[in-house]
Every structure is written in structure tokens, then in C-alpha cells.
Design a protein around this ligand. Structure first.
Ligand SMILES: Cc1ncc(COP(=O)(O)O)c(C=O)c1O
Length: 387
């Protein structure tokens, strides 16, 4: 299913083997390397898509969980950020980011109190898809004089959260407008089912549908006299298509900042766009056709395409050598290699992970490698903030 990375034309290889050996002498492993030029290019190109389609870009930062990288996205033109968790929002607000959309439903009493604190300090918008969420928020928010901005989530086919019908949408919108402490700011959807699409054409279709469905929902709200500011869509696979809809005015892709093996397998990116890699060390070669590296499931994650219809044939792709990651235990990665491969114990191995977002959350810091091989470091500020 996934091709041999080492056989791609040289321009796709992020760093030469000699340069990798030099870096490996300076960086203990396992470690996450970010090829800075590629990441900056990814940031610029989705910003350019947003500008061209007259959409605001509000990237989902659950991919990188880094205040520094979020600030780079904002500097390039993003209007704010999207998060999945209040813990992420708290870290980002603390770092000085004050326009945050929590694309999630809030239902725990602790979270409701934490949300109020965030709301008092800066702009925080949350998602709703059921009147019960309003009832849970009311006791804490009703006395507050600054209205809480909310967006109604619409299910455009993912079958996760989101209202399921026109009646449910209008009923919830009506409830929101009757609460003076709430403001209906917009609607949003996430067509994550694109990760299970069978072909690039199927992804295009899902993306167009994602845009059409929210545009239609906006029309239904207008029919009953409700104007909203934001019609928000977004996933990395679909954004090129959903952003084309004229009613859509905000996009929220996340993974595009790094891309990864899953995006490559889906045909969403080229290998030369992948920006995040795991640097590991060969620690054993018990037989000629098997090496073991010091990166296991706690460094690479077990995701082989969680939502995808395909399963990747390994847990990541070695960049400079043929072979595939056939097994991971917690701290060991097992790689089948051709027996004539020159790799020795102590050598570096660079791996393209299957799912960059899941890998980022496993590390405390990123090593940013610039074009001159200078190494910068930045912390994965919100890693593990899953509450
Ligand atoms: C609500 C929501 N918006 C946006 C995104 C970003 O999608 P992607 O990771 O495909 O870029 C996600 C990802 O899970 C999401 O759940």
C-alpha cells in the first residue's frame, strides 16, 4: 500500500544521510525532527488557499499542540486557532492567544467552570449540538454579562457529533436565541469521513458535500431570520474542496502543518511536503534482515490509519532505507530490511510516522531543523492536555 520512501526522487528526501548522521550526534533519540522549511511552506500554502477563497483560517492546533507553532500560523495570517480541549485552550491563552474556538461539546461541571475563566480572559467560542448542553451551561453562565459565543455543529457525514436534521438545527438555534447569555456566532462541521475515502475523487466529493451541507444550513437559518457570522469547515483532506463553496467563510485544517504517511497514502500530499519525522537509533540487528530501533509505540504510536478504509502496511516508513516497521512494542520498533542493507547498531534511522498528530502528543519538545542544519528547540506546550 505505502511505497518505499527511499525510492522517491531525491527532492522528496527531507535531509541527506550525511546531514542526518551529523544531527544524530547532537540529538538523543527517539526525538521529533521538524524540517522547518517544509513546515513554513505548508503554513503559507494553506494560508494562500484561505486568502484565495476569501476564507478565514483558524487552524486546528491539536496537531502540534505548540504555542510557538500556533503563533507562526497566526503570523502568516490565521485569524485565531481551533482546539479540541479546554486544556489546550488554557495553554494557548496563557501564551497570549486570545481568539480560540473549542470545536467540541462541553458537558462536565469542572469544564464549565474552567470555560467561564477562559471566557472572562479572552474570546472563546464553543460548539453545541443539543439543548441539554445549554441547560448544563446555564447555572454558571447566566449571570455573566458578556455573552458566550457558540456555534452549532452539523453532521456532514462523519456520524460523530452534530445536529442531524433541519428541525434539530432550527430548534437548537431557537433555544440559543432565547438565552440572553448566549450568542449564536456560527455553524461548523468536520468531514472526517474523508479519511475513509477510497480515492481522491471520493475525497473531492466529500469536501464539496461538506461545503454544500453547511451552506444549506446557513440558508435555513436565514429563512427564519437568523444571521450568523461564521460558516466553518475543515479537515486536511477536504479543505481544498469545501473552501470553494461561496457560503463557507472559515476553514480549520490541522494536520496540513506536518502531513504524514496517512495523508500520503490518501493522495492528499506529496512525500516532499511531509515535515515531521521521528529520529531513532538502531540498537540491535539480531539477524541480517531485522533491525530494532529505540522507538516503539511510545515514540511512534500504533495508528495505522484509524479511520481509514485501508490499513498501512507498517507503523511508519524509514526515509533513507528500504524496509518497513513490522512491529512495535512500547520501547522497541522492529523493522524488516533487505539483508544487504548497510545499517549498523548505533546508526540513525529517520522515520516518517503514519499519524503526525498522535506522535506529536508523545513528545515534550520538537527539534526544528533549518536549511543550514541549525537546530532549534520548542516545547510541545499542550501535550497530554486531554481534559
Ligand atoms: C472538529 C475538527 N475540526 C478540524 C479538524 C482538523 O482536521 P485535520 O486533522 O484533518 O486537519 C478536526 C480533526 O480531528 C476536527 O475534529
Amino acid at each position: 500500500m505505502v511505497p518505499d520512501y527511499s525510492k522517491f526522487p531525491p527532492e522528496h528526501i527531507p535531509i541527506s544521510l550525511e546531514a542526518l548522521q551529523k544531527l544524530h550526534r547532537q540529538i538523543d533519540t527517539p526525538a521529533v525532527l521538524i524540517i522547518e522549511e517544509r513546515m513554513q511552506k505548508n503554513i503559507r500554502s494553506i494560508q494562500a488557499l484561505a486568502n484565495k477563497t476569501k476564507c478565514r483560517l483558524r487552524p486546528h492546533i491539536k496537531t502540534h499542540k505548540s504555542a510557538e507553532l500556533a503563533k507562526r500560523q497566526l503570523k502568516a495570517g490565521a485569524v485565531g486557532i481551533t482546539v479540541a480541549k479546554l486544556g489546550e485552550a488554557e495553554v494557548m491563552q496563557q501564551a497570549g492567544i486570545h481568539d480560540i474556538f473549542v470545536a467540541n461539546q462541553i458537558a462536565h461541571p469542572h469544564k464549565i467552570r474552567r470555560l467561564l475563566k477562559l471566557h472572562r480572559k479572552g474570546r472563546v467560542i464553543i460548539g453545541l449540538d443539543h439543548p441539554r448542553q445549554i441547560d448544563l451551561l446555564r447555572p454558571v453562565f447566566t449571570q455573566n454579562n458578556k455573552p458566550l459565543e457558540v456555534r452549532i455543529e452539523i453532521d456532514s457525514g462523519l456520524k460523530r457529533c452534530g445536529v442531524q436534521s433541519k428541525e434539530a438545527l432550527l430548534g437548537l438555534a431557537n433555544r440559543i436565541t432565547r438565552e440572553p447569555w448566549l450568542k449564536l456566532e456560527g455553524i461548523f462541521t468536520h468531514a472526517g469521513q474523508a479519511y475513509g475515502a477510497a480515492s481522491p475523487e471520493a475525497i473531492a466529493h466529500i469536501g464539496k458535500e461538506e461545503g454544500r451541507i453547511v451552506a444549506e444550513a446557513k440558508g435555513w437559518l436565514e429563512e427564519v431570520g437568523l444571521q450568523i457570522e461564521t460558516v466553518s469547515v475543515g479537515s486536511t483532506p477536504t479543505v481544498n474542496y469545501s473552501a470553494q463553496n461561496e457560503q463557507v467563510n472559515e476553514i480549520r485544517p490541522g494536520n496540513y502543518i506536518f502531513y504524514d504517511g496517512i495523508q500520503m497514502a490518501l493522495g492528499v500530499c506529496r512525500p516532499g511536503q511531509c515535515a515531521l519525522f521521528v529520529l531513532a537509533t538502531v540498537i540491535s540487528r539480531p539477524v541480517p534482515d531485522r533491525i530494532v530501533i529505540d522507538a516503539g509505540s511510545k515514540a511512534l504510536n500504533l495508528d495505522r490509519g484509524a479511520h481509514a478504509r485501508f490499513i498501512l502496511n507498517g507503523y511508519g516508513m524509514p526515509v533513507h532505507h528500504s524496509g518497513f516497521l513490522s512491529g512495535l512494542s512500547e520501547e522497541h520498533g522492529v523493522i524488516q530490511i533487505p539483508p544487504n542493507t548497510s545499517l549498523r547498531i548505533g546508526d540513525p534511522l529517520l522515520i516518517l510516522p503514519n499519524h503526525a498528530c498522535a506522535v506529536a502528543n508523545l513528545y515534550e519538545k520538537y527539534y526544528l531543523v533549518d536549511a543550514n542544519l541549525q537546530i532549534g528547540e520548542t516545547s510541545v506546550t499542550a501535550r497530554g492536555r486531554s481534559q
